[in-house]
Design a binder for this molecule. Structure first.
Ligand SMILES: [Zn+2]
Ligand SMILES: [Zn+2]
Length: 191
């Protein structure tokens, strides 16, 4: 991930100016913003589509070391059920909390910090909140029955689906007969 990418296009949506709070501990402000999702916000099986809405409801609070951000991000997740492979689309809300340090106050190098332009970049915090809370094996519903291991039928839509014993040769014969009867040209072979 490079800084140029983060600063361009949709990702600018996740930059917040903080100069109103600058160094006045105890000051706070509420920010609501309809942002667009950055690239690759999620995991392989499920995530937030790029440019889809991210409704942010944040509180930015000035503390001694920097700016404490708390709030929520509401998104729509899309993906695929890991059992039945049906598409999933669901609203989800992620809690955000991060302290952005003022320059010179960072306890460690990779701490999130308030930039020299008095801005904070929510993207890494949003990304972490989403990625760490997504399920690696998403489900369309908690009791998804999955697919038949034998033929791949969706067991949610075919709850009585059953192969019984091994497929009986006589049964496959009947299936052939069914095909013959369904085929109008089959009269010839019957004659
Ligand atoms: Zn499923
Ligand atoms: Zn089956």
């Amino acid at each position: 991930m490079n800084t140029n990418h983060r600063r361009s296009g949709a990702s600018r949506d996740l930059i917040f100016e903080t100069h109103d709070l600058r160094r006045r501990a105890g000051q706070m402000m509420q920010v609501q913003r309809d942002a667009r999702a950055p690239q690759d916000l999620g995991l392989d099986m499920i995530g937030v589509p790029e440019d889809s809405p991210v409704d942010l409801d944040l509180r930015l609070e000035s503390v001694i070391e920097g700016i404490l951000v708390t709030g929520t991000a509401e998104v729509t997740l899309t993906g695929e059920c890991s059992r039945c492979l049906e598409p999933i689309e669901e609203k989800s809300s992620f809690d955000l909390q991060e302290l952005y340090y003022y320059p010179g106050h960072e306890p460690e190098e990779d701490a999130n910090r308030v930039s020299d332009e008095e801005e904070i970049d929510l993207e890494p915090v949003l990304r972490e909140a989403v990625v760490l809370n997504l399920k690696f094996s998403p489900l369309c519903r908690w009791d998804c029955a999955g697919l038949c291991p034998e033929c791949g039928a969706n067991l949610n839509t075919h709850p009585d689906h059953d192969h019984g014993e091994r497929i009986d040769p006589r049964w496959s014969g009947l299936k052939d007969l069914g095909a013959v009867l369904a085929d109008p040209d089959s009269d010839r072979s019957q004659a």
